[in-house]
Design a protein around this ligand. Structure first.
Ligand code: A5P
Length: 227
Protein backbone atom coordinates (compact mmCIF):
# COMPACT_ATOMS: atom_id res chain seq x y z
CA UNK A 1 0.00 0.00 0.00
CA UNK A 2 1.24 3.50 -0.78
CA UNK A 3 2.22 5.48 2.30
CA UNK A 4 1.17 9.05 3.02
CA UNK A 5 4.25 10.53 1.33
CA UNK A 6 3.71 8.44 -1.79
CA UNK A 7 0.09 9.70 -1.98
CA UNK A 8 1.36 13.29 -1.81
CA UNK A 9 3.83 12.60 -4.60
CA UNK A 10 1.18 10.98 -6.80
CA UNK A 11 -1.33 13.78 -6.44
CA UNK A 12 1.39 16.35 -7.13
CA UNK A 13 2.29 14.53 -10.36
CA UNK A 14 -1.40 14.42 -11.31
CA UNK A 15 -1.48 18.23 -10.97
CA UNK A 16 1.46 18.50 -13.41
CA UNK A 17 -0.73 16.88 -16.05
CA UNK A 18 -3.32 19.65 -15.63
CA UNK A 19 -0.83 22.42 -16.49
CA UNK A 20 -0.40 24.12 -19.83
CA UNK A 21 3.03 23.53 -21.44
CA UNK A 22 4.33 26.79 -19.97
CA UNK A 23 3.08 29.91 -18.23
CA UNK A 24 2.79 31.60 -14.87
CA UNK A 25 2.12 29.13 -12.06
CA UNK A 26 1.08 30.00 -8.50
CA UNK A 27 3.04 27.91 -6.01
CA UNK A 28 1.12 26.98 -2.87
CA UNK A 29 2.60 25.98 0.46
CA UNK A 30 2.80 22.76 2.45
CA UNK A 31 4.13 19.23 2.38
CA UNK A 32 2.02 18.15 -0.62
CA UNK A 33 2.91 21.19 -2.71
CA UNK A 34 6.60 20.51 -2.01
CA UNK A 35 6.34 17.53 -4.36
CA UNK A 36 4.62 19.67 -6.96
CA UNK A 37 7.36 22.33 -6.83
CA UNK A 38 9.98 19.60 -7.26
CA UNK A 39 8.14 18.28 -10.33
CA UNK A 40 7.74 21.79 -11.75
CA UNK A 41 11.47 22.37 -11.29
CA UNK A 42 12.19 19.15 -13.20
CA UNK A 43 9.93 20.37 -16.03
CA UNK A 44 11.80 23.71 -16.13
CA UNK A 45 15.06 21.76 -16.36
CA UNK A 46 13.61 19.88 -19.37
CA UNK A 47 12.99 23.23 -21.07
CA UNK A 48 9.41 24.16 -20.10
CA UNK A 49 8.90 27.93 -19.77
CA UNK A 50 7.25 28.07 -16.35
CA UNK A 51 7.50 31.09 -14.07
CA UNK A 52 6.38 30.82 -10.44
CA UNK A 53 4.58 33.05 -7.96
CA UNK A 54 5.31 31.67 -4.46
CA UNK A 55 2.88 31.92 -1.55
CA UNK A 56 5.49 31.65 1.19
CA UNK A 57 9.15 32.24 1.87
CA UNK A 58 9.56 28.46 2.16
CA UNK A 59 8.07 27.81 -1.28
CA UNK A 60 10.12 30.69 -2.73
CA UNK A 61 13.34 29.23 -1.31
CA UNK A 62 12.55 25.71 -2.54
CA UNK A 63 11.61 26.92 -6.04
CA UNK A 64 14.60 29.23 -6.34
CA UNK A 65 16.99 26.47 -5.27
CA UNK A 66 15.87 24.20 -8.13
CA UNK A 67 15.93 26.91 -10.77
CA UNK A 68 12.28 27.90 -11.24
CA UNK A 69 12.19 31.56 -12.39
CA UNK A 70 10.05 33.57 -9.95
CA UNK A 71 8.11 36.81 -10.10
CA UNK A 72 8.49 39.45 -7.40
CA UNK A 73 6.10 39.51 -4.44
CA UNK A 74 4.55 42.86 -5.41
CA UNK A 75 2.30 41.66 -8.23
CA UNK A 76 0.07 42.17 -10.08
CA UNK A 77 0.44 38.77 -11.71
CA UNK A 78 -1.53 37.17 -14.52
CA UNK A 79 -1.36 33.66 -13.10
CA UNK A 80 -2.54 30.86 -15.38
CA UNK A 81 -2.88 28.13 -12.73
CA UNK A 82 -2.17 27.91 -9.00
CA UNK A 83 -1.58 24.56 -7.32
CA UNK A 84 -2.04 24.57 -3.55
CA UNK A 85 -2.88 22.22 -0.69
CA UNK A 86 -5.72 22.35 1.83
CA UNK A 87 -6.44 21.24 5.37
CA UNK A 88 -10.17 20.51 5.06
CA UNK A 89 -12.40 20.20 2.00
CA UNK A 90 -16.21 19.98 2.02
CA UNK A 91 -18.65 18.56 -0.55
CA UNK A 92 -19.04 21.97 -2.23
CA UNK A 93 -15.22 22.20 -2.50
CA UNK A 94 -15.00 25.02 0.01
CA UNK A 95 -11.72 24.84 1.91
CA UNK A 96 -10.02 25.49 5.21
CA UNK A 97 -6.40 26.45 4.63
CA UNK A 98 -3.61 27.92 6.69
CA UNK A 99 -2.28 25.11 8.87
CA UNK A 100 1.08 26.12 7.44
CA UNK A 101 0.44 29.79 8.19
CA UNK A 102 0.51 30.97 4.56
CA UNK A 103 -3.23 31.66 4.24
CA UNK A 104 -3.14 35.36 3.38
CA UNK A 105 -0.56 35.07 0.63
CA UNK A 106 -2.32 31.94 -0.59
CA UNK A 107 -5.63 33.77 -0.86
CA UNK A 108 -4.07 36.74 -2.70
CA UNK A 109 -2.43 34.38 -5.20
CA UNK A 110 -5.62 32.29 -5.49
CA UNK A 111 -7.76 35.26 -6.50
CA UNK A 112 -5.06 36.33 -8.98
CA UNK A 113 -5.27 32.97 -10.77
CA UNK A 114 -7.45 32.06 -13.71
CA UNK A 115 -7.61 28.50 -12.42
CA UNK A 116 -7.01 26.97 -8.99
CA UNK A 117 -6.12 23.33 -8.43
CA UNK A 118 -6.08 21.87 -4.92
CA UNK A 119 -4.04 18.74 -4.18
CA UNK A 120 -4.68 16.64 -1.07
CA UNK A 121 -5.40 13.15 0.15
CA UNK A 122 -8.70 11.69 1.29
CA UNK A 123 -8.01 12.42 4.98
CA UNK A 124 -8.83 16.10 4.22
CA UNK A 125 -12.45 15.46 3.17
CA UNK A 126 -15.21 16.51 5.59
CA UNK A 127 -18.95 16.76 5.29
CA UNK A 128 -18.81 20.21 6.87
CA UNK A 129 -15.83 22.51 7.35
CA UNK A 130 -14.77 22.95 10.96
CA UNK A 131 -15.61 19.35 11.85
CA UNK A 132 -11.96 18.44 12.14
CA UNK A 133 -9.92 21.60 11.67
CA UNK A 134 -9.95 25.00 13.34
CA UNK A 135 -10.20 28.04 11.06
CA UNK A 136 -6.85 29.87 11.03
CA UNK A 137 -7.28 33.63 11.31
CA UNK A 138 -4.29 35.92 10.62
CA UNK A 139 -4.39 39.00 12.84
CA UNK A 140 -2.36 42.12 13.43
CA UNK A 141 -0.19 41.86 16.59
CA UNK A 142 -1.45 45.29 17.74
CA UNK A 143 -4.43 44.78 20.01
CA UNK A 144 -4.58 41.07 19.33
CA UNK A 145 -6.07 40.27 22.74
CA UNK A 146 -8.97 42.59 21.85
CA UNK A 147 -9.27 40.97 18.43
CA UNK A 148 -9.31 37.64 20.24
CA UNK A 149 -12.33 38.71 22.32
CA UNK A 150 -14.26 39.38 19.12
CA UNK A 151 -13.16 36.06 17.62
CA UNK A 152 -14.46 34.29 20.73
CA UNK A 153 -18.03 35.07 19.62
CA UNK A 154 -17.55 32.51 16.85
CA UNK A 155 -15.65 29.74 18.63
CA UNK A 156 -12.60 29.09 20.77
CA UNK A 157 -9.57 31.06 19.57
CA UNK A 158 -6.16 29.62 20.35
CA UNK A 159 -3.02 31.69 19.69
CA UNK A 160 -0.75 29.57 17.50
CA UNK A 161 2.66 28.93 19.02
CA UNK A 162 5.92 27.54 17.70
CA UNK A 163 8.73 26.45 20.02
CA UNK A 164 7.02 28.21 22.91
CA UNK A 165 6.77 31.60 21.22
CA UNK A 166 3.81 33.03 19.32
CA UNK A 167 4.01 31.85 15.70
CA UNK A 168 4.70 34.67 13.23
CA UNK A 169 3.60 34.55 9.61
CA UNK A 170 5.97 35.48 6.79
CA UNK A 171 4.43 38.97 7.07
CA UNK A 172 5.06 39.20 10.84
CA UNK A 173 1.46 38.68 11.94
CA UNK A 174 -0.11 36.31 14.49
CA UNK A 175 -2.51 33.44 13.92
CA UNK A 176 -5.50 32.44 16.02
CA UNK A 177 -6.74 28.94 15.31
CA UNK A 178 -10.48 29.31 15.81
CA UNK A 179 -12.16 26.08 16.84
CA UNK A 180 -15.76 26.39 15.66
CA UNK A 181 -17.11 22.88 15.33
CA UNK A 182 -19.04 22.08 12.15
CA UNK A 183 -19.77 25.34 10.31
CA UNK A 184 -23.32 25.80 8.97
CA UNK A 185 -22.54 28.68 6.61
CA UNK A 186 -18.82 29.08 5.85
CA UNK A 187 -19.39 32.07 3.56
CA UNK A 188 -21.28 33.96 6.29
CA UNK A 189 -18.62 33.10 8.88
CA UNK A 190 -15.87 34.35 6.57
CA UNK A 191 -17.76 37.60 6.03
CA UNK A 192 -18.40 38.07 9.75
CA UNK A 193 -14.76 37.47 10.67
CA UNK A 194 -13.68 40.04 8.10
CA UNK A 195 -15.73 42.66 9.96
CA UNK A 196 -13.47 42.43 13.02
CA UNK A 197 -10.79 45.14 13.08
CA UNK A 198 -7.35 43.54 13.25
CA UNK A 199 -8.37 40.50 11.22
CA UNK A 200 -6.21 40.40 8.13
CA UNK A 201 -7.49 37.23 6.50
CA UNK A 202 -9.17 33.93 7.26
CA UNK A 203 -8.36 30.41 6.10
CA UNK A 204 -11.88 29.94 4.69
CA UNK A 205 -11.65 29.66 0.89
CA UNK A 206 -15.22 29.81 -0.42
CA UNK A 207 -15.79 28.66 -4.00
CA UNK A 208 -12.11 29.18 -4.79
CA UNK A 209 -11.25 25.68 -6.12
CA UNK A 210 -11.79 24.88 -9.80
CA UNK A 211 -10.45 21.36 -9.46
CA UNK A 212 -9.63 19.24 -6.40
CA UNK A 213 -7.38 16.24 -6.87
CA UNK A 214 -7.69 13.66 -4.09
CA UNK A 215 -5.25 10.81 -3.70
CA UNK A 216 -6.21 7.58 -1.96
CA UNK A 217 -4.95 4.00 -2.16
CA UNK A 218 -6.90 3.39 -5.37
CA UNK A 219 -5.62 6.37 -7.35
CA UNK A 220 -6.31 10.07 -7.86
CA UNK A 221 -9.91 11.34 -8.06
CA UNK A 222 -10.89 14.59 -9.81
CA UNK A 223 -13.55 16.65 -8.06
CA UNK A 224 -15.07 19.72 -9.70
CA UNK A 225 -17.55 22.21 -8.20
CA UNK A 226 -20.37 21.02 -10.44
CA UNK A 227 -19.77 17.31 -9.86
C1 A5P B 1 -0.56 26.50 4.26
O1 A5P B 1 -0.84 27.65 4.94
C2 A5P B 1 -1.79 25.64 4.10
O2 A5P B 1 -2.86 26.33 3.55
C3 A5P B 1 -1.44 24.42 3.28
O3 A5P B 1 -1.86 24.56 1.96
C4 A5P B 1 -2.05 23.26 3.93
O4 A5P B 1 -1.65 23.25 5.28
C5 A5P B 1 -1.72 21.92 3.25
O5 A5P B 1 -0.53 21.40 3.72
P1 A5P B 1 -0.17 19.85 3.57
O6 A5P B 1 -0.19 19.58 2.09
O7 A5P B 1 1.18 19.76 4.19
O8 A5P B 1 -1.21 19.09 4.32
Amino acid sequence: LPDREELKRRVALAAMEELPGGGIIGLGTGSTVRYFIDALGAAVARGHAYVGVPTSDASRAQAAAIGIPLLADDGPWAIDVTVDGADEIDDALNLVKGAGGALTREKIVNVSSRRNIIIANDSKLSERLGERQPVPVEVLPFGHLSTRQHLARFGTPLLRRQDGDPFRTDSGHLIYDLRTGAIDDPRALDAALHQIPGVIETGLFIARADLVLIADETGVRRLTPHG
